[in-house]
Write a protein that binds this ligand. Sequence first.
Ligand code: SAM
Length: 226
Amino acid sequence: MKLTPRLEKIASMVPECTCIGDVGTDHAYIPAALIERGIVTKAIASDVVDGPVLNAQNTIARYGFANHVEVRKGSGLAPYAMGEIEGVIIAGMGGPLIAEIIEADYALAQSLNFLILQPMIGQEVLRAYLESHHFKIVEEHIEVEGEKFYEVMKVTAGEMMIDEPFYYEIGPLLVHQTDEKTKGFMGHKLKKYEKIYRSVKENASQDQGDYLLEIERKISLLKELI
Ligand code: SAM
């Protein structure tokens, strides 16, 4: 089963295991691919909205995986019992929502061997939440689709310390990676901050001095990293 690059990257970060959950599964493409590839023997695909639950059921029926993938309706981790899954995927949602989902079933989230998280926005909010709630990012990768960059992280219970504020946004592990996709991501951030810098400078009033200095600092950090 062929997945889009973003979904493929998420699937590739799932270790072999018995049972995994996919929160906000929509079409259940990742659980279906993981079963087809023999990475997991069972999966639970959940979503809070009827339409995506139906999409998931259709995919599972089409591939004949009804004995391997169970589709459940419910919010976040609520449809999962403690001990039932070894890891979970929460992908394609905002970082703040992912943090809320983890916080709502904190004991269950802490009990998992791994969480694969792929926030679409608000990545810095999610990383700050993880740091202050005893989770650590153990692996992180960038995937690219067209002009868009996606951050995919593998997280476990544990401690991490992010000592540079800008790393909440650009990823404390990504800053040490030199592959082309990560370099592209850093280059994209650099262009964004150079554009903001020019625009703020053109319209600058005196009290924007600190803001400009902060943007300059981010630009020079990004230049060092690239
Ligand atoms: N995970 C898939 C992916 O990465 O392509 C689908 C992402 S889709 C953009 C977001 C899905 O999350 C939707 O199907 C939506 O119904 C679901 N969702 C949003 N909030 C949720 C929650 N609190 N619990 C479970 N699912 C949720």
